[in-house]
Design a protein around this ligand. Structure first.
Ligand code: ADP
Ligand code: ZN
Length: 216
């Protein structure tokens, strides 16, 4: 099962990816997370990426492609993987096709999560994650069962991304529409695209995605 989750920031890709990981036992490859890890570890690639990410822009294709390609070669990706936040541009989509072809594998499906813009700003501004295990939460939409305690690991430490504020969301939305949304047509033409109503409740979206994945 090799799939791409496609959609604007706040559409629910990360939330659904965490559930797919649990249900299907395949890893979530989030370039955002992989990049932030490289930045935190101050690797060579991380340093190069930091300056660009701080400005809210996209890091070079060369950096991202290399990170993803190496990651897919790791043994836990043998059964498949979820790409979340990559590819973001048509150039990256072509690079992904070429990279997978060179490895002798192909995508199973691309799932697009459709959500209205006004809702996205609220979703991104209200989201946070467990500092220890990374489980995602939201101020109103998805609270831990016990206030201030992670459902999954019991940690009481949470974090918010510095760029999850209404101003930055609007900038990120613009780059989504300009650079990433053309991928919807790209994968539709390749007969890989399935669109899901991302405005539905989180559990309903999960059920719909499971139905799609069970059919591929
Ligand atoms: P993405 O990874 O696409 O940027 P996230 O999965 O981080 O989006 O979701 C953004 C925020 O919206 C999170 O706080 C999440 O809890 C919440 N959220 C995700 N899906 C839904 C949904 N279907 N309904 C309501 N809130 C949602
Ligand atoms: Zn946790």
């Amino acid at each position: 099962m090799r799939l791409i989750l496609l959609g604007p920031p706040g559409a629910g890709k990360g939330t659904q990816a965490q559930r797919i990981v649990e249900a299907y036992g395949i890893p979530q490859l989030s370039t955002g997370d992989m990049l932030r890890a490289a930045v935190a570890q101050q690797t060579e690639v991380g340093k190069r990426a930091k300056a660009v990410m701080d400005a809210g822009r996209l890091v070079s294709d060369e950096i991202v492609n290399a990170i993803v390609s190496e990651r897919i070669d790791q043994p836990d990706c043998a059964k498949g993987f979820i790409l979340d936040g990559y590819p973001r541009t048509l150039v990256q989509a072509d690079a992904t096709e070429a990279m997978l072809a060179a490895k002798g594998i192909a995508l199973s499906v691309v799932i697009e999560l459709k959500v209205e813009d006004e809702v996205l700003v609220d979703r991104v501004s209200g989201r946070y994650t467990c500092a220890k295990c990374g489980t995602g939460y939201h101020d109103h939409n998805l609270k831990p069962k016990v206030d201030g305690v992670c459902d999954k690991c019991g940690s009481t430490e949470f974090k918010r991304r510095a760029d999850d504020n209404p101003e930055t969301v609007r900038t990120r939305l613009q780059s989504y529409y300009k650079d990433t949304s053309p991928l919807i047509g790209y994968y539709w033409a390749k007969k890989k695209l399935t669109s899901v109503d991302g405005m539905a409740e989180i559990d309903s979206v999960t059920a719909e995605i499971n139905r799609i994945l069970d059919a591929v």
